[in-house]
Design a protein around this ligand. Structure first.
Ligand SMILES: [Zn+2]
Length: 113
């Protein structure tokens, strides 16, 4: 069976969406990171998958103002173009991660504290 290709942000599972956002780690400003942490916290208290995605997306729409390209082409377009590509890269990472000294894993670990 072929694995399902994700074409829209709304097709991402909340956990995958959150990982994509976290993977931008050093590209977010400190205040953006604070907002993301708040959002992830709030989401962990929500049950419904689509409520979680909606809550996280609300925060993304605030912090994407920091990315000139996102402001230029529109947040939806930017998210579709970049976040799905990042999701694919993370899928690739999951299959090929060597564990030791892995940058992606290091970033994820840092956010889980
Ligand atoms: Zn890794």
């Amino acid at each position: 069976m072929k694995s399902r290709r994700i074409r829209h942000i709304r097709d991402l599972k909340y956990d995958d969406f959150a990982r994509v956002i976290v993977s931008y780690d050093n590209e977010w400003s400190n205040s953006a990171k604070d907002r993301i942490k708040l959002a992830l916290n709030a989401c962990s208290g929500l049950e419904d998958e689509s409520d979680k995605k909606y809550r996280l997306w609300q925060t993304i729409q605030v912090i994407l103002w920091e990315f000139p390209e996102a402001v230029d082409i529109g947040f939806n377009h930017y998210a579709k173009k970049n976040f799905i590509q990042r999701y694919d890269a993370l899928q690739y990472h999951d299959k090929n991660c060597k564990g030791k000294d892995c940058n992606v894993c290091n970033i994820m670990d840092r956010w889980e504290e």
